[in-house]
Design a protein around this ligand. Structure first.
Ligand code: SF4
Length: 111
């Protein structure tokens, strides 16, 4: 791994996980996921032994799935959270900008 300490790896993951959860756990579409994973696969920073990013230490399989994640080397296209999906109201209340889906998580797997 590229001189990244275990503690820093944990901090990076915790920061990414906190942002992901705070934003409502939005995932990318299948095509966005495939594009990110292909970019990581061709990246010189990928640690193939355990499929971690050598710069942040995160597992790319999970990191690539979260809309809130970004590539530490700016190799991924930027994704605005909510741009490709609908905002939902997890509590079940409806208003003009949300859709009542009875507490289910957004799957957001289609383009
Ligand atoms: S997240 Fe970015 S720097 Fe890390 S392995 Fe993927 S493309 Fe490379």
């Amino acid at each position: 791994m590229n001189n990244i300490s275990f503690l820093q790896m944990v901090r990076n993951f915790a920061t990414e996980a906190k942002d992901y959860i705070k934003q409502g756990a939005p995932n990318v579409t299948e095509s966005q996921y495939a594009e990110r994973v292909q970019t990581c696969d061709a990246c010189p920073h990928l640690e193939r032994k355990d499929m971690r990013c050598g710069l942040c230490g995160c597992f790319v399989e999970h990191k690539a799935k979260w809309q809130t994640s970004s590539c530490p080397d700016n190799r991924w296209e930027k994704i605005v959270v909510g741009e490709t999906g609908k905002k939902i109201n997890i509590s079940g209340r409806k208003n003009d900008n949300t859709e009542d889906v009875n507490g289910t998580q957004p799957t957001n797997t289609e383009d």
